[in-house]
Design a protein around this ligand. Sequence first.
Ligand SMILES: [Zn+2]
Length: 374
Amino acid sequence: MKISSNFDAGNIEVIEAVNPGNIRLCIAKDNKSDFYQWFYFRLTGAKGQLCAMTIENAGGAAYARGWEGYQACASYDREEWVRVSTTYHDGEITIQHIPESDSVYYAYFAPYSMERHHSLVSQAAEDERVSLHVIGETLDGQDMDLLTIGDMAVGKKVIWVIARQHPGETMAEWFVEGFLERLLDEEDALSRSLLEKAVFYVVPNMNPDGSRRGHLRTNAKGANLNREWENPNVATCPEVFYVRGKMDETGIDLVLDVHGDEALPYNFIACFEGIPDPDEAKLDLAYEYQRQLMQYNPDFQMEYGYPKDTPGTANMTVGTHQLAHRFQAVAMTLEMPFKDTANCPRPETCWSPRRCRKLGHSNLDALAAIIDRL
Ligand SMILES: [Zn+2]
């Protein structure tokens, strides 16, 4: 029996793996950071045995409330992910499972590997309406990929979608996969009409280094990208430096920053009420977008989310706040759950890659409903 994590996005440290009934593990911190919560490991050689895998440092993770009501994800082929019995007690989580194969993977959420990212970007770039720009390099030397869909023309709206500033929030890239899948479907009339009205700039993965390193929240040098938007330093945070630089060239009418929330079992959107100069008309459009999204996709709701800041109290280093202020844009942070949606639960899968993709599709409906008013 062996536990390993030395692969794309892997993260676990083995304390003891001798007796399948009492495997002791801990999650490694993000490099140069105290954040940790993302885990992803492989268990081999335990077919047919009841395995109890305890993560001893779960209680000290970034969002300990995330473990309440949480079920871990498991897969044999890394395509289909199911949920397995998980309990949280005395600061430890214990995953109990009888593997049906000698090779099984466990993860905090269905991983979105850098290999899959490369496939996503390459396939999108094959479409003649898409151009791919490598706008810079990360600290580990990976490409920062920006997809541009459609041509800029006078009168067209500028829509940005960025995802996975926090690399452990893999649901964000599953969402982008769905968003692109529908936007590039030439037989989808709504997508075709959107592309006549807007040009789309999409960064499917803001944090390739954190993704490959198996981080929860930071880049290779411990920077939390979503606290770097006010004054990004190219030496420590090239990801935001290059993306914001490109945004300065294009301007923004609407930007969606896609995330996952460890604790809240809901899909929700956070806006920019707390910036010094919130534009009421833009805020109204953001709320209308959410009402439309809720109509098109009941997995989304508006009742539960983050408390709204009062004007002038927002943290301006956060992407959505900075971009709403800098561009007078409709800026929204979309959060998805790691667990399930309490308002629309599906216990067989909990929140899943397929549901992320569907939510990506539905966001195009919501956008179409408001785009003429942007
Ligand atoms: Zn996040």
